[in-house]
Design a protein around this ligand. Sequence first.
Ligand code: IPM
Ligand code: MN
Length: 353
Amino acid sequence: MKRYKIAVIPGDGTGPEVIREGLKVLNAACDFEKISCDYEMFDYGGERYLKTGVVLTDEELNGLGKFDAIYLGAVGHPGVKPGILEKGLLLKMRFDLGQYINLRPVKLYPGVDCPLKGKGPADIDFVVVRENNEGFYCGEGCFENKGTKDEVAIQISRNTRKGVERCIRYAFELTRKRNKRKKLTLCGKTNVLTYAFDLWERTFYEVAKEYPDITTDYAHVDATCMWMVKNPDWFDVIVTDNMFGDIITDLGAMIQGGMGIAAGGNINPKGVSMFEPIGGSAPKYTGKNVINPLAAISAGGMMMEFLGEEKAGDRIEKAVMSVTANRLKSLAAGKMGYSTSEVGDLVVEALKK
Ligand code: IPM
Ligand code: MN
């Protein structure tokens, strides 16, 4: 029997509630497929920071690097100044564990209300490959004359050839593996960001020569937003930098039914990857058992797939799809027609069929 060691970080706000349901579903899927997971729980997050002043030490980070995968709930606490937990915990894991891909599927499941008029599951099924280690997220920059009338704030987007190339290669490989429309779209802003996206564009078309079976396309980020709303069926895989990827995947989450369903993976193809629902800690719903756990459950499914347990991952996705198709009234917190834990139970029930 295969055994995996999973580090679980429920985190802040509604994180623990959705992770609880995610683990419930993972356990059921693992039983079915004869897989065993050892979970180790970590209390990293806002509460611990407020008590101890520690976000994540290097030692703790090294510890996380010894697991097969990390399962994360949410990061963000109303009592902690924005940026501290994000930089010290989430981005630190993404960067220092070399999770250079942020993979965000945008898929409209059956039965889910789509805000786009006339669009259904056949129209919305693509994946965003977001670069996850560079760009504006490198945190480089400075102030000049801070606090004066002549203040200047400079924020740098760092793009390395190696970083861009490995991301683009990953996206080409994924497009091939998906074997759907076989189309990869580079999303950039070559008309204004003439250094960063010049590098991206050159690299994209160079690597493309090795993938003659893949159709390439380019769209500026503003136009990408427009097409995502108007013609989402044009997309198969989109590759883009960290900042644009952050923005367009929130739009992606909305067209697939909302934050309650959107899952993502922070992937280090040769190391430890981390899986999370892409929504935040939702402080106003905390502890009420009303938040939608499907995003966290789907993130668990992605984690199985990346561990090489495609059957378990598939089983979880199909179960989630059957719950959206047949049971839930809405995906919105408090409006599902069921509580958080009941939704977890429904997925487990569907999974056994
Ligand atoms: C996300 C989040 C993070 C990001 C924040 C919390 C730092 O918005 O995962 O998309 O910007 O990457
Ligand atoms: Mn985001």
